[in-house]
Design a binder for this molecule. Sequence first.
Ligand code: F6R
Length: 258
Amino acid sequence: MEIVIRPDADAAAALVAQLIGARVCAKPNLVLGLATGRTMEPLYDQLAALGVDFSRSHSFNLDEYVGVPPDNPQSYRHYMNERLFDRINIERDNTHVPDGMAADLGAEVAHYERLIKDVGGIDLQLLGIGDDGHIGFNEPLSALMSRTREKALTPKTRRQNAAMFGGDPDRVPKRALTMGVGTILEAREIILLATGAAKAGILAKAVEGPITAMISASAVQLHPRCKVVLDAAAASALSQKEYYDWIFQNEPEWEAFR
Ligand code: F6R
């Protein structure tokens, strides 16, 4: 794992946008794993502004609420269309978000896993981190080998996401479909983006603490090609910042991004 700390959220988002852009340029038919949430908003603004050619790329989103139709502004499909897909030249048929309205959710999650396999697997998986340490909606105690499935959301996650539901946690759906931790770890590369002081404590536990199913983001420590990109606020509880900065300033792979 490598941890890169940028001064503020915009700079962190700009670095991740550049990394994604570079991967798509190197492999135009890249398969992207995408996340939603407030952290990703500046990233998608910057990614859209790069003007990269996504016409041959594919995407798979991590998760979707159960029971929220795709045209509802609170759905993750709507978020993705509005924040990214409408602003880049990706083919809409090549973008995938789990269908939380499917009559048979078990069949839907199996189908989602199959689609990922059929396209050759995810090349680059983008992750955020929840207040309870989740990636996707893999809430505490999610098996580190879990696959795409239906998951009940924690009260903490429903509070975290209440702003999108008129500020009322009780209006946040109780269940979601999410790629599993095992599904996520099969991506060839992972980039986790976290910004803001509210994420500092859980982020430090996830990347510097023990691997535990209680903090599903800690599973990224198992991945051989994982980058964690932070702003200074989200990095504030880390113990080895000097070392992480040295790597970013000195290792040749980062030269183009400094
Ligand atoms: C959403 C997702 C979640 C978010 C996490 C952080 O698709 O995968 O794991 O990344 O809840 O959300 P924000 O960025 O809103 O703090």
